[in-house]
Each structure stands twice: as structure tokens, then as C-alpha cells.
Design a protein around this ligand. Structure first.
Ligand code: A2P
Length: 293
């Protein structure tokens, strides 16, 4: 025994040393999933991927509750999960889960969530729900996906869903954001569809040619300026896209954005003669709010 060591050294040779390759991450949280990738787009937007619960089945376009463990309650010291609804941005067949999120500096969840790193854990409650699903629409020829901001997320899922292209001849996706940088996530995703070998093989070669993408900005110069609602009302969007105006016979639509946008577009679709559908009563369009912190 060396000087200064008063206690006998415990023989540790029976236990295998834990190395990086043998270490098993034990989920400390209920419904914990491990973050595998994080990408930041602007100071207000980021996306992340995490592992998928083995038992989770969902329909492209649905959402789940996502979160982190909150700080200890000052009185009881107990910690409670802090959860928010997030549209699943990955398609139903993907082995990983993807989410697209806003960062709110004083938001209870996103102020923390924006700092996650690969290897961290998030809580993912495996109970998917939502109305932006193909099951809530009756057959049609053309589908419109209308998004603002992070409302693009469910369409990131549906644009990679084979059924979208099986059900429709034409897929029009509009995305209105304040600034040009906020379009990056959607633009990159749509661009990547062209070179996605798996999707071209599964859905059919050149499936992406059915997509008409119409990004617009309202507070920063870009190729197309203006709110989609105004651009449709004036007929400019139809002319730019070279398509016929909305019509209840052939058109189906899904809306996901901020509340004012959802309401305005809903009214426009109703005026055009489309009726709102639901899982229990499929019709011509469906709407869901993009959940913000
Ligand atoms: P605007 O800049 O003119 O308000 P937000 O970041 O506030 O959720 O907004 C996202 C995008 O949605 C912005 O470009 C915003 O335009 C647009 N927007 C907000 N309200 C409406 C609406 N009622 N109709 C169409 N677009 C809207």
C-alpha cells in the first residue's frame, strides 16, 4: 500500500471495463428517444432527427407529443415532462423520426430544445394523431399543400409518402415565410427528392415531376413576394403555376400554418366550393394549426 492510502484497494478485475463500444445508453426518461442529427437553418428554425420507437406506427402527416424533462418543481422537487405537439416531418416508412421546429428564446420548451445535440435524449410519446392525412380526403386529381413557417413539417412527410403520388396527378406545395432563409428546409427537401434513388424506385421514376413548388416571402426580397392568400385571390399564383383555379371536382387541399392564415385560406376554399373533411368524414380539404411554443 502506498503511503496516504488507508483503505484496501477493491479488486475490480471481475468487472469488464466499460468502453465506448460496450457502453449501453440507458434511457433515463419515459419514452426516451436518442437524437441522431440536428440542423440549424436560421436563428428561428432548426430540424432534428431521433430514433423511432419500435412499436410506433403512424400515418404521414400526423403529429406526436415531443419534449424534454422540465426543471424541478420549487415546492416538491419533482420533475415533469414539458411536451408540445410536433408534426412528424419524416414519412411513415422511415426508420428515423424527423421534426422541424421554431426556436423561441423565452419559449418554455424550444428555448431548451434548440440546444439538443446528437446523443441527447428527447421524450416522444408514441400516440400519433392528426387530420392532415390522406384518409381524411376523398379521391381527386390534384392536391394542394398550403404552409406557412414550420407548417411545412407535415408536408415534408407527405411529400415523401408514396400514396401522395399514387392518389394524385399533380402535387402543388406553397410555402409562405417572412424571410428567404426560412424557405431553406423545404427547398432542400424538395430538391433532394429528385436524387432520392429509393423513392424514385419505390414510387416510380421521376415521381417528383408531379410537384409544383411555390415558395413566397413577405418581409424580405425573394423570387416571389407576397402572401399566398393574396396571390391566389389576384390570380397571380395560378398564372405563375400555369394551373386552373381551385375547383371542388378535382382539387383536394391540406392547410398548415399560423391561425390567421388557416382561417383565411379555409374561407377561400369554402368559397371555391370545397368542404372540410375529417378522419371520420372524408371530404375535400383538411386543416391543422402549426403548433407554436
Ligand atoms: P406577413 O409577414 O405578411 O405577416 P409567422 O412567422 O407570423 O407565423 O408568419 C409566417 C408567414 O405567414 C408570414 O410570411 C406571414 O406574412 C404569413 N401570414 C400571416 N398571416 C397570414 C394570413 N392571414 N394569410 C396569409 N399569410 C399569412
Amino acid at each position: 500500500m502506498r503511503s496516504g492510502q488507508s483503505r484496501p484497494i477493491v479488486d475490480m478485475t471481475e468487472q469488464k471495463p466499460v468502453t465506448e463500444s460496450t457502453a449501453q445508453k440507458v434511457p433515463a426518461l419515459p419514452d426516451a428517444q436518442t437524437v441522431t442529427e440536428v440542423k440549424h437553418y436560421t436563428d428561428r428554425l432548426f430540424s432534428f432527427k431521433c430514433t423511432r420507437p419500435a412499436s410506433l406506427r403512424f400515418r404521414s402527416g400526423e403529429f406526436v407529443m415531443i419534449g424534454l424533462m422540465g426543471g424541478p418543481d420549487p415546492k416538491t422537487g419533482k420533475q415533469k415532462p414539458l411536451l408540445r405537439a410536433y408534426s412528424i416531418a419524416s414519412p411513415s416508412w422511415d426508420e428515423e423520426m424527423e421534426f422541424y421546429s421554431i426556436k423561441v428564446q423565452d419559449g418554455p420548451l424550444t428555448s431548451k430544445l434548440q440546444h439538443i445535440q446528437p446523443g441527447d435524449e428527447v421524450i416522444l410519446r408514441p400516440k400519433p394523431v392528426g387530420t392532415l392525412v390522406h384518409d381524411a380526403l376523398i379521391p381527386g386529381k390534384r392536391i394542394w399543400f398550403f404552409a406557412t413557417g414550420t407548417g411545412f413539417a407535415p408536408f415534408a412527410s407527405l411529400l415523401r409518402e408514396p400514396q401522395t403520388y399514387q392518389d394524385y396527378d399533380e402535387v402543388i406545395i406553397t410555402h409562405t415565410c417572412r424571410e428567404a432563409g426560412e424557405l431553406t428546409y423545404g427547398r432542400d427537401l424538395i430538391e433532394a427528392l429528385k436524387d432520392d434513388e429509393l423513392l424514385n424506385e419505390v414510387i416510380g421514376e421521376d415521381f417528383w415531376k408531379k410537384i409544383k413548388y411555390y415558395p413566397t416571402t413577405t418581409r424580405e426580397e425573394s423570387a416571389k413576394m407576397g402572401r399566398i392568400t393574396d396571390l391566389i385571390r389576384s390570380g397571380e399564383a395560378y398564372a405563375d403555376l400555369d394551373v386552373e383555379p381551385l375547383n371542388p371536382e378535382s382539387d383536394r387541399a391540406m392547410i398548415c400554418g399560423n391561425l390567421a392564415f388557416n382561417l383565411e385560406l379555409k374561407e377561400m376554399l369554402e368559397e371555391a366550393g370545397l368542404e372540410e373533411g375529417a378522419n371520420s368524414k372524408p371530404a375535400q380539404y383538411v386543416v391543422e394549426k402549426a403548433f407554436l411554443d
